[in-house]
Design a protein. Structure first.
Ligand SMILES: C[S@@+](CC[C@H](N)C(=O)[O-])C[C@H]1O[C@@H](n2cnc3c(N)ncnc32)[C@H](O)[C@@H]1O
Length: 277
């Protein structure tokens, strides 16, 4: 679905949740010296200007990252995310928002590897530009779910995947569990983050149900509801396969801050479920 441009949504409440959890998982993998592979199945452009272009149409970042950056006394999980976003902005003014590929680029070490997939021609070009002198990165203009399966098992036997499709077509929901089944068949210990929007069509419930059946052994699901207006995206979630053992307590530490800072009405809430034996 190539009508989707993430620049419209960069830095919104869903990006805050997604990227804060992604950052924690990347840092967790760095606790061991052994290198790992980061796979971004739907990478986007890499970085987004907030002061011009698509991001200025709806200013979604004002209801997301801007609110978070203005908050004091955050738990370290959110503080680290804010510090990373600030490191992309020279002044106190927020002008750039890094997408998932640039967050990974910033965090990964010399021997780690990135495989970044993007189909949109313009975003692909930007992504290539953002990684043109990075020896660790392979930027691929092909379907990301197939790319994930192709990359497994990685030579390092350690991998983190972010699956973050536009969900503009129903097929996006249906193909993910099959792709994950194939990927885990080739490499069972991969950590895989699947982001999803909470919309009135409730298709995310079917996705969650399918994911819980594909890999019931070890998973975590976090959802941030921001409003109950029942129109558009009223929240978002992240399903994590093979999460770090400390992810539940890390998210718990911000259980009140995430909804209180990003919530848009009194229905705002964070829910957390997990199976970690
Ligand atoms: C939600 S955006 C990605 C945002 C990015 N992960 C981030 O967090 O900064 C989804 C992207 O997937 C791209 N896309 C759509 N279908 C794709 C596919 N089959 N394979 C790879 N990329 C795809 C879209 O062009 C869009 O840029």
């Amino acid at each position: 679905m190539l009508s989707y441009r993430h620049a419209f949504h960069a830095g919104n409440h869903a990006d805050v949740l997604k990227h804060a959890v992604l950052l924690h998982c990347l840092n967790y993998l760095k606790k061991k010296d052994a290198p790992f592979l980061y796979v971004d199945t739907h990478a986007g452009a890499g970085a987004y200007k907030l002061s011009e272009g698509f991001a200025t149409k709806r200013h979604e970042y004002r209801e997301g990252v801007s609110k978070m950056l203005n908050e004091e006394g955050l738990p370290s999980f959110l503080d680290e995310y804010c510090a990373l976003i600030n490191s992309f902005n020279n002044s106190s003014e927020l002008t750039v928002y890094p997408g998932s590929p640039l967050i990974a680029k910033e965090v990964l070490r010399y021997n780690d590897q990135l495989r970044l997939h993007e189909l949109h021609p313009t975003d692909f070009e930007s992504l290539q530009q953002n990684f043109k002198s990075d020896h660790r990165a392979t930027v691929i203009k092909k379907d990301g779910l197939r790319g994930m399966i192709r990359a497994f098992p990685p030579p390092s036997r350690r991998a983190l995947v972010l699956i973050d499709p536009p969900y503009k077509i129903q097929n996006d929901y249906h193909v993910i569990p099959y792709a994950i089944d194939d990927a885990l068949f080739k490499f069972k210990t991969a950590t895989i983050l699947i982001w999803y929007p909470m919309l009135n069509n409730r298709l995310y419930e079917e996705l969650k149900n399918a994911l819980s059946q594909v890999y019931p052994e070890r998973w975590l699901n976090v959802e941030l509801t921001v409003n109950n207006q029942n129109k558009g995206m009223f929240g978002s979630g992240l399903w994590v396969i093979n999460p770090p053992w400390d992810l539940p307590s890390t998210i718990e530490s911000s259980k009140s801050e995430l909804p209180s800072v990003l919530g848009q009405d009194e229905s705002a809430a964070l829910t957390l479920d997990f199976v970690i034996p």
